[in-house]
Design a protein around this ligand. Structure first.
Ligand code: 13P
Ligand code: SF4
Length: 332
């Protein structure tokens, strides 16, 4: 009965929303469930601090993909967004993969539907399709190679110069890679709502207030933001730069969740989140999708083993090819 209730609840909401005893210690309960169910929690740097702290592994999109592929536990609980959990399922299809909230999408993945990419491919039949991992399994199945922000340059450099490329769906990352590699890839019109919300005026004001601070930015940011940056890189690249740079102050232009791990790594340095424009629905630099996961949802998801990620077998097999190509090139 309890399980049935959970399923009905899930069908209505996309996540479990059940009455729980007050004062439940989620961290303790999640630890117990991890042991009982032989589960591994993989979390992205944009997750809330409590989730990062309870996870078995925290990383960027690429590191999480490598980790998901090698998990030997029975359950993979993905504290991230839908495309990440789906990638884990594609890489390790015999495991049960859970995502605390099925609504945790991504504006980039939403910007590129498989049916539209198919039409675009047909119009450009000589082009190779490189898709950012921030896409659905169906879009990956239509792609030749995947990439993440940490390996995008390496992936593009691995393709012969005379081969034309469609790069989807992040136009900002694509434009940055075009500049870095001297290519002229056809760019899909997608963007990340979080990285497009940074305000250049406020960034300049913040920098004036902290002139010694180095601006570091994620390549999903727009060109005018990237132009101000001392370093551009993936989430793990940004953390590593803060660690290894002799500078002691940084203005960090990416989702604010990264500050938790970054500050742990550089306890004696000062970090300022890059400011976002105010009159935006996303008035801070927090990803509304990433932040859909909560400790309560994580607990319920592990207790009932719901919601589970399913990928049709034909799509799983086809999508694995570009992901595996990416992992192979990346590890060279
Ligand atoms: P990375 O962690 O690969 O830098 O990607 C950031 C991101 O867009 C996650 O949504
Ligand atoms: Fe997607 Fe941007 Fe959120 Fe990452 S931060 S999940 S790219 S919307």
């Amino acid at each position: 009965m309890e399980f049935e209730q959970a399923v009905n609840n899930l069908n209505k909401n996309g996540y479990l929303n059940l009455d729980l005893p007050k004062k439940l210690d989620f961290a303790a309960e999640i630890k117990k469930l991890k042991k009982e169910k032989n589960a591994v929690i993989l979390a992205h740097y944009y997750q809330e601090p409590a989730i990062q702290d309870i996870a078995d592994f925290v990383g960027d999109s690429l590191q999480l993909s490598y980790k998901a592929a090698e998990v030997d536990a029975d359950l993979i609980v993905f504290a991230g967004v839908h495309f990440m959990a789906e990638t884990a399922k594609i890489l390790n299809p015999t495991k049960k993969v859970l995502l605390p909230d099925l609504n945790a999408g991504c504006s980039l993945a939403e910007a590129c539907e498989a049916k539209d990419l198919k039409v675009f491919k047909e119009k450009n039949p000589d082009h190779l399709v490189v898709s950012y991992v921030n896409t659905s399994a169906e879009v990956k199945a239509l792609s030749d190679i995947c990439c993440t922000s940490s390996n995008a340059k390496k992936i593009i450099d691995s393709i012969p110069l005379d081969k034309p490329i469609i790069f989807a769906p992040d136009k900002n990352l694509g434009a940055y890679i075009n500049k870095e590699t001297g290519r002229n890839m056809l760019l899909w019109e997608g963007a990340c709502i979080v990285h497009e919300a940074f305000s250049i005026d406020k960034l300049i004001t913040t920098h004036k207030a902290h002139p010694k601070a180095k601006i570091i930015a994620h390549p999903e940011s727009e060109e005018h933001i990237l132009k101000t940056a001392e370093y551009i890189g993936s989430t793990s690249g940004l953390i590593n730069y803060a660690k290894t740079s002799p500078a002691t102050e940084f203005i960090v232009a990416t989702e604010a969740g990264i500050l938790h791990e970054m500050q742990k790594e550089v306890p004696n340095k000062t970090l300022y989140p890059a400011p976002a424009v105010e009159d935006n629905t996303c008035a801070c630099s927090e990803c509304p999708y990433m932040k859909m996961n909560t400790m309560e949802k994580l607990y319920l998801c592990m207790k009932y083993e719901l919601p589970e990620i399913h990928v049709p077998e034909d799509i799983q097999k086809q999508a694995l090819i570009p992901i595996q190509r990416m992992l192979d090139i990346s590890s060279k």
